[in-house]
Ligand binder design. Structure first.
Ligand code: NDP
Length: 806
C-alpha cells in the first residue's frame, strides 16, 4: 500500500504481534502433562489431545487427556491440601493471592499471546481486557482473604471445589473461579475447556513459581466425558462451579441432585440491547460493536438482540451497516484487527447452521462486502432484520457474531420484548433520559444491566444469571458466598433434647360440654373447622375433593385438611403470579404488613400454643416458646424488609455499579416437620419480606398451625395471592412445584431423597433450589433459623452499571 493510498483510505496497516516467545514456551514443554499436587504428571490414559490454532487450523500443542483415575488423584491431593490451606490465616492466603496477581502481571504478554493463539480472539482484547481483568480478580480477592475473618464471621470454606470452565474466556473464567475459591480457603480441581487449555497450564506454572502449597490448585485437562463428568460425580467434591451451555448446566444440576454438593451455574444468554429514540446513536453503534462483535460474539452476555425504538430503526440500521463495513477481521495477532477467529470448525458450522435457519425462516441477512480469510475458522459480522420475535435466531443462543434487530414502540413493549426469552443474563439500555433508563433496568429480568454501556466487568461487581442463565454470582461480596457455608452446617444438625421436649402429661384442649334437660352432660360436637386450601386469598376446596386426616403423636385423629394435588398447585402458582405487584410495593409497606401479622398472631397466642401441643404433644411452655420465637421472627423480617439493601460498587471507571437484591419471583416452599408454626413462618416471612410470592406446603404431619394462619393473613392486609397454602403430601406437591416452569425457586426442608428429587426436577427451567438434604436445623436458634442466609436465598443480585461524565 502506498503512502498515497493510506492517506486516501486512512486504513491502519498491519501491526503483528510476535508469536515466537509463546511458540517457544509451548515447544519446550509439550506434550503437556496434568498438574496435580504441584507436579506435572503423565495422564493415566497415556493419550494426548491436540490443541489447534483456530486462525490457521494448524496444530499448536499436545495436551494430556485425563480420565477419572486422574480426577481421583487430583481430588485426593486437593483434599489433603484442604486440611492446611483452610486453616491458614486470612492474611497468609492474601499474600499468596497477591503473589499470583503479581506473577500474572509479570507474564501478561505471554499469557495474552498464548490466549490469542489458542482461542483465536484478538490480541487487543486479550492484552487490554482479559489479562488485566485476570490480575484484578486476584488482587481484589486477596483483599477478601485478608478480611474474611472480620467480614464473614461464622462462615467456613466448603472444601474441595470442582471448577469447569468454557473456551470463550479461558484464563478469565479460571480467575473468576479460582480467586474467590482460594480466598475463602477452598482447594481446587480445575477442568479447562478441551479447545483452550494452554493458559490454564501457564497458570499452573505460575502456581509452582509462587510456591502455592501442593494440591491447593490442580489442573486436569481432557474431555468432558472423561474429566468433566468424573469431577461432577466425584463423592469427595463439595462444590461444582460451572460456566458453559445451558444444556450441560442442566445435566450437571441433575447429576448433582441430592449429593449435597453446592452448585453455581453461569449459563447461556440471549441478551437484549435496548435503544430508545433519544439515545446518542453514534455511541450506540460503538456499543453494538462491543456488544456482539467483541470476542466474535462468543460471549455468554453478548447483546445479540438489538431492540430499537421504531422511529429510529432505519437510521440506526444504516449507521450500523456503515460501521460494519469498516470492521477489520483477520489474524488475531494483528493489533489493528477488531475480530479474530471462531474457536473451532465445529462451532463455526453451528453458527453457519443457525444463520441458514434464520434465512430460511424469512429474516433478512446482511453482511459487509469484504471477504473473510479462507484459512482458519472465520465468520463475518452479521445483522438480521425483519426478525420475528419467536423465530429461532431470536431465541437460540448463536454464540457467534450475529445480531438480530427488532423494533418496539413504547417502553412497555421494550420490556416485554427484552424479557421474551428463557434466559436472563444481561441487558443494555441506551437512552439519554436517565429516568427512563433507571425505570427500565429493574424491569428487565437479567443479572447485569448496563446503562449506556455494555459488556462491562469487574471483580467488585457480581455477575450471573436469572432464569435459565443459571444461578450464583461471580465477583463482588455476593460471589464469596458461593465458596463458604455457615460454620454450623458442617455437621448434621439434629434438634437437641432441649429444643424439643416431649411432654409426659400433655395439655389437651377441653371439649365444651352441655347439659341435657335431665341434667346429663355430654360433649357438644365441635363446629366443623376443616381447613380448605388457601389460594389467591380465598379458602378453596381441594380439586381432588379428598381430605386427609391429621393425627397427633399417639395416632389419635385431631382434624382434617384438604388433600392438595397438581391442579391446586397450578392454581396457586397462577395466584402467586397474579400477585407479583407485591414486589413493586414499598419495602416500608411490606414491613408494616409483617408487623401486622405478628400483632394478629400475638392476639391469638394461646390458641396457637394449644394447637402446637395438640399436634406434637410437647409441653404448653415449650409450645408457648415456639409461638414467642415465631413472633420475634416476624419482627426480625419486618425489620429486614427495608434494610436488606444493595451496595454501590466503585469499579475502576468513571461511574458506579448499583448492586440491588431483587426478589426471586415465585417461590415454592416445602416446610420442615418439627416446629409446625415456627418452621412455616421462618420460611414464609423472609420470602415475602423480600417481595416474593409463595406457594407453601406446610408440615405434612402437623399442618394445622399453618392452616390456622389463614385468618391471621386475611386480617393483616396481606394482598391476595402473596401467600398460598396447599396442604397434602409434601414430596408429591414439592415435585410438582419443582417441575413447574413458572416457579422461580424452590425451598425444600425434608428428607435427603426428597431433596434429591427436587434438585433433579428443578433442572427443567433451572430454578434455584435450596434444600436441606435431610439435615434438620434448630429453628429456635437465631443463627440457624433466621438471618441473611434466608434473605440471600430469597433474592438475586442485579448489577446496574451507570457510567457518568460527558
Ligand atoms: P459446554 O457447555 O459443552 O462446555 C463448557 C465446559 O463444560 C467445557 O469445559 C466442557 O468440556 C465441559 N463439559 C461439557 N459437558 C460436560 C459434562 N457433561 N459434564 C461436565 N463437564 C462438561 O460448551 P461448548 O464448549 O460445547 O459450547 C457449546 C455451546 O455452549 C456454545 O455454542 C454456546 O452456545 C454455549 N456456551 C456458553 C458459554 C457461556 O459462557 N455461557 C461458554 C461456552 C459455551 P469440553 O471442553 O471438554 O467439552
Amino acid at each position: 500500500m502506498s503512502v498515497m493510498d493510506i492517506f486516501e483510505t486512512m486504513e491502519y496497516g498491519p501491526a503483528p504481534e510476535a508469536s515466537s516467545p509463546a511458540l517457544a514456551w509451548i515447544k519446550e514443554r509439550q506434550p503437556f502433562g496434568l498438574f496435580i499436587n504441584n507436579q506435572w504428571t503423565k495422564p493415566t490414559s497415556g493419550r494426548y489431545l491436540e490443541s489447534v490454532n483456530p486462525a490457521t487450523g494448524k496444530s499448536l500443542a499436545q495436551v494430556a487427556s485425563g480420565n477419572s483415575a486422574d480426577v481421583d488423584t487430583a481430588v485426593a491431593a486437593a483434599r489433603r491440601a484442604f486440611e492446611t490451606w483452610s486453616q491458614l490465616a486470612g492474611h497468609t492466603r492474601a499474600r499468596y493471592l497477591y503473589a499470583l496477581a503479581r506473577q500474572i502481571q509479570k507474564h501478561a504478554r505471554l499469557l495474552a499471546v498464548l490466549e490469542s493463539l489458542d482461542n483465536g480472539k484478538s490480541i487487543r482484547e486479550t492484552r487490554d481486557l482479559d489479562i488485566p481483568l485476570v490480575a484484578r480478580h486476584f488482587y481484589y480477592h486477596a483483599g477478601w482473604a485478608q478480611l474474611m475473618a472480620s467480614e464473614l464471621p461464622g462462615y467456613q470454606p466448603i472444601g474441595v471445589v470442582g471448577q469447569i470452565i468454557p473456551w470463550n474466556f479461558p484464563l478469565l473464567m479460571l480467575a473468576w473461579k479460582i480467586a474467590p475459591a482460594l480466598a475463602m480457603g477452598n482447594t481446587i480441581v480445575l477442568k479447562p475447556a478441551r479447545y483452550t487449555s494452554l493458559t490454564a497450564l501457564k497458570f499452573a506454572e505460575i502456581v509452582q513459581e509462587i510456591g502455592l502449597p501442593p494440591g491447593v490448585v490442580n489442573v486436569v485437562t481432557g474431555e468432558a466425558s472423561r474429566v468433566g463428568e468424573a469431577l461432577v460425580r466425584h463423592p469427595d467434591v463439595n462444590k461444582i462451579a460451572f460456566t458453559g451451555s445451558t444444556d450441560v448446566g442442566r445435566s450437571i444440576r441433575r447429576a448433582t441432585a441430592g449429593s449435597g454438593k453446592k452448585l453455581s451455574l453461569e449459563l447461556g444468554g440471549k441478551s437484549p440491547f435496548v435503544v430508545f429514540d433519544d439515545a446518542d446513536l453514534d455511541s450506540v453503534v460503538e456499543g453494538v460493536v462491543d456488544a456482539i462483535w467483541f470476542n466474535q460474539g462468543q460471549v455468554c452476555c453478548a447483546g445479540s438482540r438489538l431492540l430499537i425504538q421504531e422511529n429510529i430503526e432505519q437510521l440506526l440500521i444504516r449507521k450500523l451497516r456503515a460501521r460494519m463495513e469498516k470492521l477489520r477481521l483477520g489474524d488475531p495477532l494483528d493489533k489493528a484487527v477488531d475480530m479474530g477467529a471462531i474457536v473451532s470448525p465445529v462451532q463455526l458450522r453451528e453458527i453457519q447452521r443457525l444463520v441458514e435457519q434464520g434465512v430460511a425462516e424469512g429474516a433478512q441477512k446482511w453482511q459487509p462486502s469484504w471477504a473473510c480469510p479462507t484459512e482458519g475458522s472465520f465468520f463475518p459480522p452479521t445483522l438480521f432484520t425483519h426478525v420475528s420475535p419467536a423465530s429461532s435466531i431470536a431465541q437460540v443462543e448463536i454464540f457467534g457474531p450475529v445480531v438480530v434487530a427488532m423494533s418496539f414502540r413504547t417502553p412497555e413493549e421494550a420490556v416485554a420484548l427484552a424479557n421474551n426469552t428463557r434466559y436472563g443474563l444481561a441487558a443494555s439500555v441506551w437512552s439519554d433520559n436517565i429516568n427512563l433508563a433507571l425505570d427500565i433496568a429493574p424491569k428487565i429480568k437479567a443479572g447485569s444491566v448496563w446503562i449506556n454501556c455494555t459488556n462491562m466487568f469487574d471483580a467488585s461487581s457480581g455477575f450471573g444469571g436469572y432464569r435459565e442463565s443459571g444461578f450464583g454470582r461471580e465477583g463482588g461480596k455476593e460471589g464469596l458466598y458461593e465458596y463458604v457455608r455457615p460454620a454450623w452446617k458442617t455437621e448434621t444438625v439434629r434438634p437437641t433434647a432441649e429444643s424439643i421436649l416431649i411432654a409426659k402429661d400433655s395439655t389437651t384442649e377441653e371439649e365444651d360440654e352441655v347439659s341435657a334437660s335431665d341434667g346429663t352432660r355430654f360433649a357438644l360436637p365441635a363446629i366443623d373447622r376443616t381447613p380448605k386450601l388457601f389460594i389467591g386469598g380465598k379458602q378453596v376446596r381441594p380439586d381432588s375433593g379428598y381430605s386427609r386426616d391429621v393425627y397427633d403423636v399417639h395416632g389419635h385423629r385431631i382434624g382434617e385438611v384438604g388433600e392438595g394435588n397438581r391442579k391446586d398447585i397450578r392454581n396457586a402458582v397462577e395466584a402467586a403470579h397474579a400477585a407479583r405487584s407485591w414486589s413493586a410495593g414499598t419495602t416500608h409497606n411490606r414491613a408494616q404488613i409483617l408487623y401486622y401479622i405478628a400483632e394478629n398472631l400475638a392476639s391469638r397466642e394461646d390458641e396457637f400454643t394449644r394447637r402446637i401441643v395438640q399436634q406434637t404433644n410437647r409441653t404448653y411452655e415449650d409450645a408457648f416458646n415456639e409461638v414467642q420465637v415465631t413472633l420475634s421472627r416476624l419482627f426480625s423480617y419486618a425489620a429486614w424488609a427495608d434494610k436488606f439493601e444493595g451496595i454501590v460498587h466503585r469499579p475502576p471507571m468513571r461511574g458506579v455499579v448499583l448492586a440491588m437484591p431483587e426478589p426471586m419471583g415465585v417461590i415454592g416452599v416445602a416446610c420442615p416437620e418439627p416446629y409446625p408454626l415456627l418452621g412455616f413462618v421462618s420460611l414464609v416471612a423472609p420470602a415475602i419480606a423480600m417481595g416474593n410470592t409463595v406457594i407453601v406446603v406446610p408440615s405434612q404431619q402437623s399442618p394445622l398451625s399453618a392452616t390456622d394462619c389463614y385468618q391471621v393473613f386475611e386480617t393483616s392486609d396481606l394482598p391476595s395471592g402473596v401467600v398460598n397454602i396447599v396442604t397434602g403430601e409434601r414430596d408429591v406437591l414439592s415435585q410438582v412445584l419443582a417441575e413447574h416452569d413458572d416457579v422461580d425457586a424452590i425451598w425444600y426442608f425434608g428428607s435427603a431423597e426428597g431433596s434429591k428429587r427436587v434438585e433433579f426436577a428443578s433442572a427443567g427451567n433451572m430454578k434455584r433450589t435450596w434444600v436441606s438434604n435431610g439435615h434438620e436445623r434448630d429453628w429456635l436458634d437465631t443463627v440457624q433459623g433466621e438471618g441473611q442466609e434466608f434473605l440471600r436465598e430469597a433474592t438475586q443480585m442485579k448489577n446496574i452499571w451507570v457510567p457518568y461524565g460527558e
